[in-house]
Design a protein around this ligand. Sequence first.
Ligand SMILES: [Cu+2]
Length: 271
Amino acid sequence: MTVVTTQPAQLATQTPLSFRKNVAVLRADQLAAFRRAVAASMAVSDDRGWQHWAGLHGLPLPMYCQHHTPLFLPWHRAYLYYLELTLKEHEITATLPWWDWSAPLSHTEGLPAAYTADTGPDEAPNPLAGADINDLAQQQGGPDSPAHTSRQPDALNRLPTPANVQQLLALGDFFDFQQQLEQVHDNMHVWVGGTMQEIPFAAYDPIFFAHHAMIDRLWRLWQLRHPTAVLPDNLLNEALPPFNITVWQTLSVTALGYDYASFSSRAQVGG
Ligand SMILES: [Cu+2]
């Protein structure tokens, strides 16, 4: 049983933490910067761009994502981390916002307005509303593959509640927590509907990353709640291809250079 407290040198040299924020409280300039970063990513056609990064999760082959395996949370943490770095190349302040689908606002508005508006305040198309899906992914997905992402949200009263979240955070064992969190995660993919419920294409939709930032945040909150919980050594040493990182290197978000704003600084919520 080991508690990992040290981090590899290349990760420990990160400078100031960058804070992921609740999408509901993003200031207009923060949302605009994030949208510019996503739009810029979508305009890049090589392996630094949106199509490449969305494709790592599902199609085109190989499909790297880990679902219903012990690597679900670590793999997706690495995935969001590296995608966020590519967005920072366009906008240094850009961070992945999270969508708290359990919050009262979500129970009245559903999908976050930042992701559903057709245009931003500048009248430019809103890149968070959806994305194209490249030809290769469509070919490999067969004749019913979508050419563009879509959503078909379910009823508001079927969203998870704060009580559901508290039940998850109270679980003491990592594997129990991960398994039950993944179930809620699965339900949310189905709740959003459309492309989000098809694993091969889900990550093309920008809402995927707001949903997964919430999942990653809940893992962070769970880690803070259960500081003595440990993962087995054999799991810690697992690689997370295609990322050059192991499970134990994903355990500390602050070593990776980011954190979640609401519990780090109350002042940031509502700011
Ligand atoms: Cu997912």
